[in-house]
Design a protein around this ligand. Structure first.
Ligand code: AMP
Ligand code: MG
Length: 358
């Protein structure tokens, strides 16, 4: 039976001090089992009552997300951790005390009160306390933990503005709290503490260097997998093509000089072949690309990773809307937020990385 469209109501809220009536309306919707999109400091989340398996199932349906891809549970405060996590090892407590509220998700043993579909059938649960005032107020007012993946259709770039949520999910969710652009623009870092050694499953808004204060030898060893393979089950969140624009994206690695030159040469060739070429570029590269006739989204100065991180997903969506069929992007250094930006670009490129050399 086809899904009946739902009238999606948008409530505009002040990101720093959301109005109480909007928060109460959203909290009541969550308690009724409805879907509410809301801003977090990372990206917009698509929330439902994490203790209600039927509401959680609606998240997967609305996003067309595979049931094998587990969700993150958002709680109002560290005191709620024991409600969803069966064991809280000392390292989890130390990390939570240091970095919550904030863009760090911890994978711990799941309490049976959390329905299995939240965690794609695993006996673990991913949990964090978000820092955004709207997300915090909503979690507190709802009085229940809120399961919330990013509020985009599966495989589309994560939403960093309310308009992106509507682009993907209008007619599929009951409510959207519009709190403007999200301040980090990259999803949370996901750290698995259920294995003998802590594993960084996803680099994100909290840089790996910060986590190394507590886990000195932490590395990120990406295991990018295709969505349609058995490995996809074993490595949630490691899917290639997880954050893609519709256009083909090519990523150029290597020194700024060589990667930039190779990218320009390829742009020229693709334009000559009649392709509609777009670029996600640092400000330094923008003028030369525009001169060729490339549609450029200038992300900010190449050294300003916070700004690039904020704009990368919006840039992919903007180039899609502009009708680009090929998007060229130069890689970034992998220190700090660069690791998460690099990861999102590799996935958007579905692994098409062109190494121009150092
Ligand atoms: P999203 O919020 O849409 O970025 O998706 C949540 C991500 O959190 C998943 O793709 C996984 O990377 C991760 N995650 C959630 N729950 C678990 C879990 N139980 N075990 C491992 N990773 C998880
Ligand atoms: Mg997501």
């Amino acid at each position: 039976m086809p899904n009946q469209p739902i009238a999606t109501v948008t409530l505009v809220v002040d990101a720093a001090a959301p109005a109480e009536d909007a928060i109460q309306a959203a909290a009541a919707a969550i308690r009724r089992g409805e879907l509410v999109a809301f801003p977090t400091e990372t990206v917009y989340g698509l929330g439902a009552n994490a203790l209600d398996a039927t509401a959680v199932a609606r998240i997967f349906a609305a996003k067309q997300r595979p049931a094998a891809d587990p969700l993150i549970v958002h709680i109002a405060a560290i005191e709620q951790l024991a409600l969803v996590a069966a064991e809280v090892p000392p390292l989890a407590l130390a990390l939570a005390s240091a970095f919550w509220p904030g863009p760090l998700t911890l994978v711990l043993r799941r309490q049976p009160i959390v329905p299995p579909n939240v965690s794609a059938g695993r006996d673990t649960v991913a949990v964090r306390v978000p820092a955004h005032p709207v997300a915090r107020a909503l979690c507190a007012a709802a009085g229940v933990p809120i399961a919330a993946p990013s509020a985009n259709m599966f495989t589309r770039p994560s939403p960093t503005e309310a308009g992106h949520v509507l682009e993907d999910l209008s007619g599929r969710i009951e409510l959207l709290l519009d709190g403007g652009a999200t301040p980090i623009g990259l999803e949370s870092s996901v750290l698995d503490l259920t294995q003998p050694q802590p594993q960084l499953l996803r680099p994100g808004g909290l840089p790996i260097e910060a986590l190394r204060q507590f886990v000195p030898d932490l590395e990120f060893n990406p295991r990018y997998v295709d969505a349609h393979t058995p490995e996809a089950q074993a490595a949630p969140g490691m899917l290639l093509k997880h954050y893609s624009p519709r256009a083909e994206l090519r990523l150029y690695a290597g020194s700024a000089e060589r990667a930039g030159a190779r990218l320009l040469a390829d742009a020229r060739q693709a334009l000559a072949a009649g392709r509609r070429v777009g670029a996600l570029a640092p400000d330094e590269d923008a003028a030369a690309l525009r001169e060729l006739g490339v549609q450029v989204v200038a992300l900010g100065p190449g050294a300003d990773l916070a700004r690039i991180g904020r704009r990368i997903f919006a840039g992919m969506r903007a180039l899609d809307r502009a009708g680009a069929d090929l998007i060229l992007a130069r890689g970034v250094g992998r220190a700090g937020l660069g690791l998460a930006i690099w990861d999102r670009l590799v996935r958007a490129a579905e692994g098409r990385v062109i190494d121009a050399g150092d």
